[in-house]
Structure formats: structure tokens, C-alpha cells
Design a protein around this ligand. Structure first.
Ligand code: CA
Ligand code: ZN
Length: 304
């Protein structure tokens, strides 16, 4: 299996990035990732001034997927996430929802042992390994890896985990796929601006689907389908996620728009991904228990 080393990384998703690797559609690749501080913080005594704040949110890659063209979809199956041995959190002035109440930057190292995150002696938190930054080159100018958008990027969505399939709109030839910013655990909202940040090894399978396009990323898992939308406000993101889901479902459901609105209102869930990045990310979820009744399969392979 091909591996992309963590030494091959970018700080922005851009059509101008030269690719680290070129693969045929259907390839499975291992991608080594730095943590979101590019592993600069190895001690709780690290001072803010010793950190290079330009070196934040590296994404490993990009990978050029042969055959991917603007208007296609890139199907990304998350096969595995292997976490490093130690995670890191930060809290400080100006960071996250509570930054206005914090005086000084503080770091906390969090060892990962026996499948738990050792927050302190008393508290061993369950892991939910997930990928914070994952995306493709955007349509226009470069987007820093810290910002989410239609191309994916820093969506900080806890559903982006082992077993899930993410669908990304393709804007550039080859898609130029990258990922990084893995978290050993993170709650919806990511309120403090860090999850349990950790280096990792992520295995993904990349496949090009042509003949259908989507305006924002979608995710499928064992429970159902989610649209994932990032906008300036959470209100806009949440409402847009609903509309994008309804637009995607309407051609596949034998029902009128008012009926589908009622169904989504009864059985769909508006959910928050993160409220701390340069754009806010929300999602709208519809369960298979509803969609399967109509045989909904939004993302068919190109040859079917
Ligand atoms: Ca992040
Ligand atoms: Zn992160």
C-alpha cells in the first residue's frame, strides 16, 4: 500500500499545490499526519512565543486522483485511523467560545492508553478518533487549512471517522486531496478550539464518481446521510445544510416538496459540527430507516 509521509504537507488547499502522489481511482493510501500544531508542543511548559503560529493545521498531501474532473465527486472511505501515543489540548485568550475569560495560554498533554484518553488521574475519556481537516483544492483562490468550505477543509466534524464515507465536490483536475488535524476525541462544537489534537496514520480509499455533483460535502455512515455546510454564521450553515439535503433527496423520493419538508422536519436532525473556526459548520442528518423505504442511494458508482 502506498504511503504519503507527513513530510509532504500543505498549509492551504489550492489548485497551485503540486501533488505529493498520483494514484488511480480506487486506490487505498496510508497518510501520516502531524498534529494541528505540527507537533511543536511536546511540553506543558511550552510558551506561546516559542510557537510558530504560521505552522498550524498542516494537511498531508495533496494526492492527485487520476480521472477526477471539476464537477465530479471524490468518494473518500475512511478505512482506519491509527492514533499516536499522546494528544494535546490548548485553551487561551481569544481562542474558542470562552477565550474572553482566559488570561494566559495553557497546554495539556493527554496520553492515550488502553483505548482511553487520560485527561487526569480520575478521568479516562473514551476515544472518538476523527479527522478535523479533510478536503480537496477549492474552485478559486487557495483556502488555508484552518478554514472549512464547499471543498471540505477544517470541518471539525466528529462523524468523519473510521467506517464513514465522505463525498467531496471536485473543483480541480485530480481533486488534490489532503487531510490532517486528527483528534483522539472531540465533542460537537469543539468549543475550546482544540479537540484532543494528535498525530496519526489515516488509511483512506479514494474513488472518483462522475456524472453527479454536490454543492457541499456529504457523509454516509451506518446511521444515515448528513450534509455538511460551513458559513459565516451557524444559522446560515444549519439552514443551508437542510436545503442542500432536501434538494439532494427530492429527485430520489416519490413525494412532493411540502411532503418532503414534513418528513425532514419529523425525522431529520439539525446538528452542530463546530462553532469556533473562521466559518461555522453545521450538518443535517437523515436516517437510513427513512431513506431505505424509498431505496435512496444518492451516490452511485459511475458504471451503474
Ligand atoms: Ca480543526
Ligand atoms: Zn484540531
Amino acid at each position: 500500500m502506498q504511503t504519503v509521509s507527513k513530510e509532504q504537507f500543505v498549509y492551504s488547499f489550492s489548485k497551485d499545490n503540486s501533488h505529493a502522489l498520483k494514484v488511480p481511482s480506487g486506490s487505498t493510501i496510508v497518510m501520516e499526519t502531524w498534529d494541528c500544531f505540527r507537533n511543536q508542543i511536546q511540553s506543558e511548559q511550552t510558551t506561546v512565543s516559542s510557537i510558530d503560529w504560521e505552522q498550524i493545521n498542516p494537511a498531508t498531501g495533496p494526492i492527485y486522483v487520476e480521472g477526477a474532473k471539476p464537477g465530479d465527486l471524490l468518494k473518500v472511505h475512511i478505512d482506519a485511523i491509527e492514533l499516536g501515543e499522546q494528544g494535546l489540548m490548548a485553551a487561551g485568550p481569544g481562542l474558542g467560545v470562552m477565550g474572553h475569560r482566559l488570561d494566559a495560554m495553557q497546554f495539556k498533554l493527554i496520553p492515550i492508553k488502553d483505548g482511553k484518553a487520560i485527561f487526569n488521574d480520575k478521568l479516562h475519556l473514551p476515544l472518538n478518533p476523527m479527522i478535523g481537516v479533510i478536503g480537496v483544492a477549492p474552485e478559486d483562490e487557495a483556502v488555508p487549512c484552518g478554514t472549512p468550505g464547499p471543498h471540505g477543509g477544517n470541518m471539525d466534524t466528529k462523524l468523519i471517522t473510521t467506517g464513514a464515507t465522505l463525498y467531496l465536490p471536485v473543483f480541480q483536475e485530480g481533486a488534490l486531496f489532503g487531510l490532517g488535524d486528527v483528534h483522539a476525541a472531540m465533542g460537537d462544537g469543539e468549543i475550546g478550539v482544540t479537540g484532543i489534537e494528535i498525530p496519526a496514520k489515516v488509511t483512506v480509499t479514494l474513488e472518483v464518481l462522475s456524472g453527479q455533483s454536490i454543492p457541499y460535502p456529504f457523509l454516509e455512515n451506518g446511521e444515515g446521510i448528513s450534509s455538511i455546510v460551513s458559513k459565516e454564521t451557524l444559522d446560515e450553515a444549519a439552514k443551508s445544510a437542510v436545503e442542500i439535503m432536501i434538494d439532494a433527496l427530492l429527485p430520489h423520493m416519490d413525494m412532493s416538496l411540502p411532503e418532503l419538508v414534513m418528513l425532514c422536519s419529523a425525522a431529520g436532525q439539525s446538528q452542530i459540527s463546530q462553532i469556533v473556526d473562521p466559518l461555522m459548520t453545521a450538518r443535517f442528518f437523515m436516517p437510513w430507516s427513512v431513506l431505505d423505504v424509498y431505496g435512496v442511494n444518492l451516490f452511485k458508482p459511475a458504471n451503474i
